[in-house]
Design a binder for this molecule. Structure first.
Ligand code: AMP
Length: 475
């Protein structure tokens, strides 16, 4: 007997213009968070979604919201919005807006962005006549409300995206102030990669009888990532990075540093070594960040150097390599970082440099992910084996089939009116895709690399590099 699963967007009965846009984007199978969240949101319920970037969570809320707007069109009201999406960073906000515009491009809807770091005048003007969808960072949104450029009494749907990160970044008071101005009768959707106590408390105050859907995004994306540690001296890192970038078959590499200054220094060093690279971090202007991202997306620059905060919202398809130039001191950041590759079903490679001072960070990371990461040593003295490295492997956490890869059309370069669908070729690739016909070859090469790394896995890990069970950090 054939078992009938919900495997198509058609099963959701979304408005035809939305399914048409999805077909043009080559979205065929809903990801698990989409499969679980869309029916709940369409039914009008509040929702807590535990999912991180890379799982398709943006469409999980954008599609049912667009469907609601399409089913119930209303004239715009001055200085108002019907849907308010709050996100922690400017980049993520831009990407969310692009998603709304991409999926809603056959609908007559208006949308805009309210983010810090750019002049407020343009945003005030954009809000003058009202919009259907407003995507904002909390600080700028409050500024707009306080200067009477925006009223929040017409909001029908509130989305809090990456709630854990917003709280980490100290937005809690702004969020409370914003929510206090919203109508009580609204639908609220909260998405968070993790569910620490603070987020749970926020949810219990702001949501009404919420449904909860959770995907295990880190495990499902990380399973496809081949990880490797290279032990090295701190001073040898610049040369090692050049060596790695030259040796690997790179489609796009995202290099992480702990500090903004470090990101600039690494990008400059790569430039001197003849490797085009750009840095992206909080000290760059919005224009610089958007240009760097656009160059990276288009493949004009294949190496982007970023800090954790700047990279948090980066949604670029086709990152083949994540390189941790510095290991993060927060172990969860490691999991977030490596999740930048292997998005939506692709495989990827994560290489981390570890100097003597970072041995403790590595220990924490291995404890969190409950596996020893295969390592090669370059340092004169390798640290003593860590307790985490001795632990047996905790077993495979189960693949949950995260849909297939999207088109990568979400770039800042694709910010038209969003209403006429122009500029989309529906092929799922931009013309300037640097991988081109070499993509298959480089995929094979990476597979060979993965197998090679798997061979150096310590015997106790079971030799299975694909298995990366993830657990929430014990409290
Ligand atoms: P998100 O988690 O929302 O940042 O999405 C991650 C990436 O997956 C984005 O590049 C989306 O365009 C892509 N994506 C989301 N849903 C699907 C889907 N059902 N099929 C193919 N690609 C998708």
């Amino acid at each position: 007997m054939k078992v009938c699963l919900l495997t198509s967007f058609h099963n959701f009965s979304l408005a035809e213009p939305i399914t048409r846009a999805l077909a043009q984007e080559n979205y065929i199978t809903p990801t698990p968070i989409q499969r679980d969240a869309i029916p709940v949101v369409r039914a009008g319920r509040d929702l807590i979604g535990i999912a991180q970037t890379g799982t398709g969570k943006t469409a999980a809320f954008a599609l049912p919201i667009l469907d609601r707007l399409a089913a119930n069109p209303k004239p715009l009201e001055k200085k108002s919005c019907r849907v308010l999406v709050l996100s922690p960073t400017r980049e993520l906000s831009g990407q969310i807006l692009d998603s709304f515009r991409t999926y809603g491009r056959h609908l007559r809807l208006s949308s805009t962005l309210a983010i810090g770091g750019v002049s407020m005048g343009k945003q005030v003007r954009a809000l003058m006549g009202g919009v259907d969808v407003l995507v904002a960072t909390p600080g700028r949104l409050l500024d707009l409300v306080r200067s009477n450029a925006l009223r929040l009494n017409k909001v029908e749907v509130l989305v809090l995206d990456e709630a854990d990160r917003m709280l980490d970044m100290g937005f809690i008071h702004d969020i409370r102030a914003i929510v206090a101005k919203l109508p009580a009768a609204r639908q609220t959707l909260l998405f968070s990669a993790t569910m620490p106590r603070e987020v749970a408390a926020l949810a219990s105050q702001m949501l009404r009888d919420p449904a909860q859907v959770a995907v295990t995004p880190v495990a499902s994306t990380a399973e496809r990532i081949a990880q490797r540690i290279i032990h090295t001296e701190r001073a040898a890192k610049p040369a090692l990075l050049v060596e790695v970038l030259k040796a690997e078959t790179i489609d796009r590499a995202l290099v992480f540093t702990r500090t903004k200054h470090g990101a600039d220094k690494v990008a400059r060093g790569l430039g001197h070594a003849g490797i085009a690279a750009q840095a992206i971090h909080g000290n760059k202007s919005q224009g610089q960040r958007e240009r760097a991202l656009a160059d990276f997306r288009a493949g004009r620059v294949r190496t982007l150097v970023a800090t954790d905060i700047a990279a948090r919202g980066i949604d670029v398809d086709g990152i083949s390599h994540v390189i941790n130039y510095d290991l993060p001191n927060i172990p969860e950041s490691y999991v977030h970082r490596i999740g930048r590759t292997a998005r939506a079903g692709a495989d990827g490679i994560a290489i981390s440099f570890c100097d003597a001072e970072e041995a403790a960070f590595l220990h924490d990371i291995e404890k969190l992910i409950r596996m020893a990461i295969p390592a090669t040593g370059r340092r004169s003295q390798r640290p003593a084996p860590r307790a985490a490295a001795q632990r047996p492997h905790a077993g495979r956490s189960g693949q949950n089939g995260s849909g297939h890869r999207g088109s990568g059309h979400k770039g800042f370069g694709h910010k038209g009116s969003g209403q006429n669908g122009s500029g989309q070729n529906g092929s799922g690739r931009t013309g300037s895709d640097p991988a081109g016909s070499g993509r298959k070859r480089s995929r094979q090469h990476r597979r060979a690399q993965r197998e090679q790394y798997a061979k150096v896995l310590p015997a106790k890990s079971g030799g299975d590099i694909a298995s990366l069970p993830f657990m929430q950090r014990p409290r």
